[in-house]
Design a protein around this ligand. Structure first.
Ligand code: NAP
Length: 655
């Protein structure tokens, strides 16, 4: 018997057990499926039975990957559900499924294309296999090619930050039995999802994909999780993989210096008392993210304001906003969430908007996940995987073409191409429909730059909030402050009790304020200046041997996707680097300058054709010279390809 036959048998046995569990209470199964999304049911049914006739029947009614984009008639829905129940019963009875355990590339491409209502190109299929997880050959884990357990155990890795990227790497290091220490300035894990605790804080990326592919959570409450649930998820990951024991909490790394003689990073971390603790490590991984250091505007007279002033990322929970006059400065993603969350409580909300943002509707944004959907995610074999694949596509690269500049598109001020203009029209009519009779607001809220020029937002009932009697939109920044009065650029005066700064982060000053010094005593600031960070694949920099950055330059996502995916891509790449180092018997590896230069040339060239460099737009993706430093120009599938397999020749090694 071949090995693959054994694995197939095991898969069928495991499937039979899962199906028996799913059909044990047929009434509960049927009730759940009546509530659950229909398209994943369709795909599971086709996957497990090999029967694809229902795909053709359903295809004309599916217009996109989001659940609200299908209009399958009720009778066909019932047929799909009943056929799925029949398939699950057959599998539960041990009938060998017609389809092979791991669907073929063609099957995945076909099923997914029907599921999302458009042709999914072939090069996405291996990526989708990985996202779905469940087949050993599609793992993102690196396999070791030689018996190097002792060398692995003697390697040392220092990670800075226990946010989602740091936790991801720690999990993979733990599994590879490579020792590590994480220095974390906070008292617990979670990074940005710990620090940002402002009212209304949530994720605007679908939660089923905004989580580790290898650690699915089956009972998310909402399609777009709140901050609390995300933070708990990261805490759970840290506990489950036993990460905490290797985290030094309350310790902020201030210095990291590469000791050329010893080929070691000398790392200094300070505790709350300011006492310095040093540690030497072969590998140094800053995983502090881009949105870590709040940006607080230097508004003249701010220090004369008598009431509380705080940034969204440092929300002061001792301050009760109820019945107070609150000035909310800034209208980005944080403001979009906090404004509507507090508008009903405050006496008056004064929104200072320097630039309006584009915001669109996602019908699932405020929705809870139904009990039936949760049941199906937890109990119906492969339902979760197909659901994740659908959402990965729906919220992934789909908008990438919309942000490419068409040089032949005449006036580029308001839109950059035909698809971008179509999006502009859709968003404009949505905003009009929300603003309704308050036409006085329209000119203030419709942006005069192309969609995606700044980060796109999901409407969190923002426009409805603006229409409230106790909310005032001031289409201006704050010019100066005199005691309890904020004065806008027109000279109008606005009295407030509390100021909330929703003014974003110092994204371009990456890795600041750490003092990181590489070979030759050259600091990262010597190379990057204040806000011009560059790295090869966002991770490695010549002159900084054995340093790997997570969520570094040009790795942010502005068109779609989520950072869990990018973190997994980067962690796989770094694990391959460590394998190369260990198996090759090397001490250090360092990115070649030519490789680094050529990569950054390509990054800049790609950005030159994209909306974020648009002259008429200010956004946090660009540095003071207009170069995009935060975002990746690539499609998810491109970055996935770039990071899937290390090219060892990109590096110089020392023995
Ligand atoms: P942001 O997008 O950078 O927005 C900052 C806002 O403050 C902008 O409206 C900006 O105006 C304004 N501002 C800055 N300095 C100002 C000044 N001196 N006077 C008046 N206004 C000023 O910051 P953010 O809203 O915190 O969001 C940052 C990023 O965090 C987001 O883009 C997103 O990636 C992430 N985030 C994500 C979520 C989520 O749901 N997943 C939620 C929150 C944040 P201008 O536009 O004129 O510069």
């Amino acid at each position: 018997m071949r090995m693959s036959d054994v694995l197939d048998r095991e898969w069928h046995d495991a499937l039979a057990i899962q199906c028996r569990r799913a059909v044990r209470d047929e009434g509960a199964l049927r009730a759940a499926l009546q509530q659950a999304d229909c398209v994943p049911q369709l795909l599971v049914q086709a996957h497990l039975s090999g029967d694809t006739d229902l795909l053709d029947q359903a295809a004309p009614y599916i217009h996109g990957g989001w659940s609200f984009m299908e209009e399958i008639p009720p009778a066909l829905r019932r047929t799909i559900t009943e056929r799925l129940i029949g398939t699950l019963k057959a599998c539960a009875n041990g009938d060998p499924a017609a389809a092979p355990p791991r669907p073929s590339r063609e099957t995945v491409a076909r099923l997914l294309s029907v599921g999302v209502g458009e042709l999914v190109p072939d090069d996405y299929v291996p990526l989708i296999f990985e996202e779905m997880t469940g087949w050993p050959e599609d793992t993102r884990d690196v396999t070791w090619r030689r018996p190097v357990e002792a060398a692995r155990a003697s390697l040392g890795v220092v990670i800075v930050g226990a946010g989602l990227s740091g936790i991801c790497l720690a999990i993979k290091l733990r599994q590879a039995q490579i020792p590590f220490v994480i220095f974390e300035k906070n008292d617990t894990v979670g990074g940005t999802w710990y620090e940002n605790s402002y009212p209304g804080c949530a994720v605007d990326i679908p939660t089923q994909t905004y989580s580790f592919s290898f650690e699915p959570k089956l009972d998310w409450s909402r399609h777009f999780a709140t901050r609390g649930e995300l933070w708990s998820y990261l805490e759970l990951c840290a506990d489950k993989y036993d990460i905490r024991r290797d985290i030094r909490f309350g310790m902020e790394v201030t210095d990291a210096r590469f000791d050329e003689e010893k080929s070691l990073w000398q790392i200094v971390a300070r505790d709350r008392d300011g006492t310095a603790h040093t540690m030497a490590s072969l590998i140094f991984v800053p995983a502090v993210g881009q949105l870590n250091r709040p940006s607080k505007p230097k508004i003249a007279g701010l220090d004369t304001f008598p009431g509380p002033v705080f940034h969204t990322a440092e929300w002061d929970h001792d301050v009760d906003v109820s019945g107070r006059r609150v000035a909310l400065v800034g209208t980005g993603a944080s403001s979009m969430q906090v404004g509507p969350a507090i508008a009903g409580k405050v006496d008056r909300l004064l929104v200072f908007q320097r630039t309006p943002n584009w915001a669109g509707l996602n019908k699932n944004y405020h929705e809870m996940i139904t009990p039936g959907m949760k049941w199906a995610l937890a109990n119906v074999p492969h339902f979760r995987q197909w659901h994740r694949a659908l959402l990965f596509w729906a919220s992934g690269d789909i908008m990438h073409p919309t942000i490419q500049v068409d040089p032949a598109w005449g006036d580029q001020r308001l839109s950059i191409s035909a698809p971008n203009q179509r999006l502009r029209d859709t968003l404009t009519s949505y905003i009009r429909s929300e603003i309704g009779e308050r036409t006085d607001l329209l000119d203030k809220v419709i942006p005069d730059y192309p969609p995606y020029g700044k980060r796109m937002l999901r409407d969190n009932y923002w426009y409805r909030m603006l229409k409230r009697d106790n909310v005032e939109l001031i289409a201006s920044g704050v010019e100066r402050i005199e005691n309890d009065t904020l004065i806008d650029q027109s000279g109008a005066r606005h009295r407030a009790d509390i100021i909330v700064l929703a003014t974003g982060f110092q994204a371009g000053r990456m890795l600041w304020p750490m003092n990181i010094v590489g070979r030759g005593g050259r600091s990262i600031r010597d190379l990057w200046g204040d806000d011009d960070p560059r790295a090869y694949l966002g991770m490695t920099v010549p002159g900084f041997p054995n340093m790997f950055i997570l969520y570094g330059p040009n790795t942010g996502l502005g068109h779609g996707g989520g950072l869990f995916f990018h973190a997994e891509c980067q962690v796989r790449y770094i694990m391959q680097c460590l394998r190369e180092l260990i198996e090759g018997g090397h001490t250090t590896m360092e990115c070649r300058t030519a490789v680094f230069d050529e990569y950054n040339r390509r990054v800049d060239e790609a950005h030159g054709r994209m909306v974020w460099t648009h002259g008429g737009v200010r956004n946090w993706y660009k540095n003071s010279r207009g170069r995009v430093v935060a975002n990746s120009p690539w499609r998810l599938v491109d970055y996935w390809k770039l990071t899937s397999a290390l090219n060892p020749h990109d590096f110089i090694y020392t023995p």
